[in-house]
Design a protein around this ligand. Structure first.
Ligand SMILES: [Zn+2]
Length: 67
C-alpha cells in the first residue's frame, strides 16, 4: 500500500494565525474505488483538532473551525 504525506495550510479567519495540518494518506488499490484514507498526524501552529480519524481543526485562540 502506497503512503504519502499531505499538508494543508491553515489560517484562522478571525485572528489570522496560520499553521499547517499534516496528514498521512493511504492510497487504496483501484478495485477499492481509489478512495483515499486520510489520517491527521500533526498540526503546526496554534490550532487543535477534534476527535476522530479525519477531525475538524479549530483555532486554539478563538475556538472556531478552520477546516
Ligand atoms: Zn483564531
Amino acid at each position: 500500500m502506497a503512503r504519502r504525506e499531505d499538508t494543508q495550510s491553515l489560517k484562522c479567519p478571525q485572528c489570522g494565525t496560520t499553521g499547517v495540518a499534516i496528514y498521512e494518506e493511504n492510497e487504496t488499490p483501484p478495485h477499492h474505488q481509489g478512495r483515499l484514507d486520510r489520517k491527521l498526524i500533526d498540526i503546526e501552529g496554534e490550532f487543535k483538532a477534534g476527535l476522530g480519524y479525519d477531525p475538524e481543526i479549530y483555532c486554539a485562540r478563538c475556538e472556531i473551525k478552520v477546516s
